[in-house]
Design a binder for this molecule. Structure first.
Ligand code: FAD
Length: 401
């Protein structure tokens, strides 16, 4: 037996013995994900136990170095672990911006002191992070951001407002872009700063959307003092760090879409095929309606092919390759495929996919509606589709401005 097969077998045994029964097969969407943090609430207390067990092994961040609490696994071992979890229908113990965005960025750009301070707390799910990039006047043109940081001795004093800060009301720390020099080319006066949300002067106001509940917030900074040691990389060199983090964000978004058709699935039929059979009926083991059968098959194939492509990029990332402008290709294709999948789900379910609440719609139907509405934001979050096309044109294809 090869070392990898031995690892796989040991991992499977450990998972079978340690994953609490009540979490097996739980739908792990945004609504019930375990994002950790000081304010975490666990509707199922077993999720907390699961997090602690996985964190003790470092398997919440399987490839991160053991000296910071990570699992120290190779890319192949981490992949085998993921595959075994999927086969056993065990949800991840921890998700969130710590693992997918700021953690990898700190590992690359952070000082030893910063890594020691933050990485173990991310691995253990003790701190939840949010992202302070966008501002009322700086979205696609992010480099125009105006949140001002003025140095006073060993501290920066921050004033300004961030917008669309997802889950700022639930987060403990924010990674933020601030303007430290207004008199140079806009990209050259930006600094990447970590801020504890409990610092005096930080306040958060939720943004209500047409649907009512929303994860978005406005985050205000009024004379907020932040130690200079919280700067990642150099003062005024934040744009490079910001772009590197966006590469991780776009790959993460694409990964979510590429995996979403088959994750946690043990049966031979896909979730989408089950959904279609529920509303359109079954004939000889297949979706009864031939037109929808064709559409479902096409969507499944595209999703699988995309999932494998993203997996290759993830394997390369685990082996030390930093995501570059090609992450924009993943982001845009992932966005398209996820929006198409949600449209298809709604068309299949017909009027039953138009419920938001109340009697007449079961939990699954409400999830179809909400997932569809949520997917509309995919072409905006992490950089709009138009902006991704610009990046691909310029930095991948080398086309002129
Ligand atoms: C679900 C979701 C979650 C988000 N979470 C966060 C978060 O946690 N933290 C955070 O900081 N931000 C977050 N955002 C904000 C997001 O990053 C911005 O909305 C996005 O960058 C676009 O900026 P904007 O909304 O200001 O639109 P604008 O930049 O004003 O764009 C408006 C329109 O103009 C187009 N456009 C703009 N510039 C160009 C160009 N050069 N070429 C062609 N077309 C162009 C855009 O594509 C878009 O269609 C989130 C957004 C969404 C939808």
């Amino acid at each position: 037996m090869s070392d990898l097969e031995k690892f796989r077998e040991e991992a499977r045994t450990w998972l079978e013995q340690n994953a609490p029964e009540s979490i097996i097969g739980v739908r792990f969407s945004e609504l019930d994900g375990n994002w950790g943090g000081r304010k975490a609430e666990y509707s199922n207390p077993d999720m907390k136990i699961w997090l602690e067990r996985m964190a003790d092994k470092g398997w919440t961040a399987p490839t991160w170095p053991t000296e910071y609490g990570g699992g120290g696994l190779s890319a192949q071992e981490a992949k085998a672990l993921n595959q075994e979890m999927a086969a056993l229908r065990i949800p991840p113990a921890l998700v969130g911006f710590g693992l997918t965005m700021i953690g990898p960025t700190l590992l690359r750009f952070g000082t030893e002191e910063q890594k020691q301070e933050h990485i173990p707390r991310i691995v253990r799910g003790e701190i939840r992070w949010c992202q302070g990039y966008s501002e009322p006047g700086a979205g696609s043109d992010l480099a125009s951001l105006q949140t001002r940081a003025v140095r006073e001795g060993d501290e920066f004093v921050i004033n300004g407002t961030k917008v669309w800060t997802s889950y700022a009301d639930k987060a403990d720390w924010i990674f933020c872009l601030v303007r430290t020099d207004p008199d140079v080319k806009k990209q050259e006066g930006i600094t990447f700063l970590l801020i504890d949300m409990e610092t005096t002067g930080v306040s958060v106001s939720p943004i209500l959307l047409i649907s009512g509940k929303s994860p978005f917030c406005e985050t205000h900074f009024q004379d907020v003092s932040v130690p200079v040691r919280n700067v990642i990389s150099e003062i005024n060199a934040g744009w490079t760090v910001a772009k590197a983090l966006l590469g991780h964000e776009r790959t993460m978004i694409a990964d979510t879409f590429g995996a979403s058709s088959g994750r946690g699935q043990k049966r031979s039929r896909s979730v989408m095929a089950e959904h279609a059979i529920r509303y359109l009926g079954e004939r000889e083991g297949e979706i009864a309606d031939p037109v929808f059968r064709d559409e479902v098959a096409r969507n499944e194939m595209d999703t699988r092919a995309f999932g494998l492509t993203v997996q290759r990029a993830k394997d390369a990332a685990k082996a030390g390759h930093q995501p570059g402008p090609e992450s924009s290709m993943f982001k845009i294709y992932g966005t398209e495929i996820n929006m198409r999948r949600n449209e298809l789900s709604v068309r299949i379910a017909g009027p039953q996919a138009l419920g938001w609440d109340g009697p007449g719609f079961d939990e699954e139907e409400i999830a179809v509606t909400r997932d569809w509405l949520r997917s509309r934001g995919n072409s905006i979050e992490g950089g709009t589709s138009e902006v991704q096309l610009n990046i691909i044109a310029k930095h991948v294809l080398g086309l002129p401005d």
